[in-house]
Design a protein around this ligand. Structure first.
Ligand code: GDD
Ligand code: MG
Length: 346
């Protein structure tokens, strides 16, 4: 069973961070989310990946290559035009196994694949959708099921009063390849708005199972922050790169921490980071590799990607900075989300 990762979306809600990159390449705890995903699925036994890419496909390809560095095989299905979530699967058809897994590459999760697979085999239908429960289902695909788990209705992003339940599509599917004949070729097709409703109507056997464990779609800035804080406070147990050098303090290699610096947990510092004297970093700060932080800086609830430079005496709270941003000195920034004009990559 191979896995198809849907990594072609634009990531408009994460702009300006995703201005020059595909959304799943956004850093989460100092590595591209897509890399966490590959590592995590590999840990669950997946060795063969297909990445469905559209925007900036070369960034993903340059980073992952054939997957050898991660001990997996990665192939690419590049869409010539925007195909949508089902069109992307159809476009990848020649590369897919008879049974395959599809994952929205922008979800951060700790889902137990084996249990999903056992359920899929047991019900004998063509599709299993991993489900999760949320308070506000209006941003997601919402399902109505019968007692056996069979899905009777799938509604994408309904208004609250029209949502049939609070059970939503977690963006993880197990599929039998022969369902692909229900997806038209060479045009944009949404799996949520077109294919799932059609498969339900044609009675091919679409089932859903609530998956336990952490789950979050990182597609908005608010949720993108939330994921980081959940990682740092270990609500989400995915591995954090770097050595935990004290409770809730992760520091990478070759860092220079100046005299009188206070690291307030939880805080994650990448590799080769330089922090000037008497700065206070944390709580809830993620500092990327090769960042330089000046003296007397205060930085809390802030995420900074690699190679940022923060000059002396800046105060930062609740900010997110893309690659290689340089900030002046003696400024106070609150809730700033900033990126450079030109592209800088992982
Ligand atoms: N290759 C490719 N081509 N990938 C695409 C395309 C496309 O045309 N369009 C979207 N994707 C990828 C995105 O990169 C993302 O990883 C995933 O498909 C889902 O797209 P989003 O744009 O993030 O959708 P969403 O978050 O609004 O809703 C989807 O995810 C929810 C769970 O997080 C839907 O599947 C909902 O039903 C679901 O509840
Ligand atoms: Mg999404």
């Amino acid at each position: 069973m191979n896995a198809l990762l849907l990594a072609g979306g634009l990531g408009t809600r994460l702009r300006p961070l995703t201005e020059h990159m595909p959304k799943p390449m956004a850093l989460v705890a100092n590595r591209p989310w897509l890399e966490h995903l590959v590592i995590q699925l590999k840990d669950q036994g997946i060795r063969d990946f297909v990445m469905a890419v559209k925007h900036y496909p070369e960034q993903i390809r340059n980073y992952f290559g054939d997957g050898g560095k991660w001990g997996v095989s990665i192939r690419y299905a590049v869409e010539p035009t925007l195909r949508g979530t089902a069109g992307a699967i159809k476009n990848a058809e020649p590369l897919l196994d008879d049974r395959f897994l599809v994952v929205n590459a922008d979800i951060v999760h700790e889902i137990d694949l084996l249990r999903l697979l056992e359920y899929h085999v047991q019900h004998g239908g063509k599709v299993t959708i991993g489900l999760t429960e949320v308070d506000d289902p209006t941003q997601y695909g919402v399902v109505e099921q019968d007692g056996s788990g069979r899905i009777l209705r799938f509604v994408e992003k309904p208004r609250l009063e029209e949502a049939p339940s609070r059970r939503i599509n977690a963006g993880i599917y197990l599929m039998e390849k022969d369902v692909l004949r229900h997806i038209p070729d060479h045009r944009e097709v949404s799996i949520e708005r077109e294919t799932f409703p059609l498969l339900i109507e044609r009675n091919v056997g679409v089932y859903g199972k609530v998956v336990t464990g952490y789950w979050m779609d990182m597609g908005t800035k608010e949720r993108y922050r939330r994921i980081h804080w959940d990682l740092l406070n270990r609500t989400c147990r995915l591995p954090i790169p770097g050595q935990e050098s004290g409770s809730g303090i992760w520091v990478g290699e070759d860092c220079r921490i100046g005299p009188g610096v206070l690291l307030v947990p939880p805080v994650l510092i990448g590799n080769r980071v330089d922090i000037g004297e008497r700065s206070i970093v944390g709580p809830f700060a993620v500092i990327g590799d090769d960042c330089t932080i000046g003296r007397y800086v205060r930085c809390s609830e802030t995420i900074m990607w690699d190679r940022c430079k923060v000059n002396d005496a800046i105060h930062l709270n609740n900010c997110i900075f893309g690659y290689g941003l340089e900030l002046g000195s003696k400024q106070i920034l609150h809730e700033a989300v900033m990126n450079r004009m030109e592209a800088m990559q992982a």
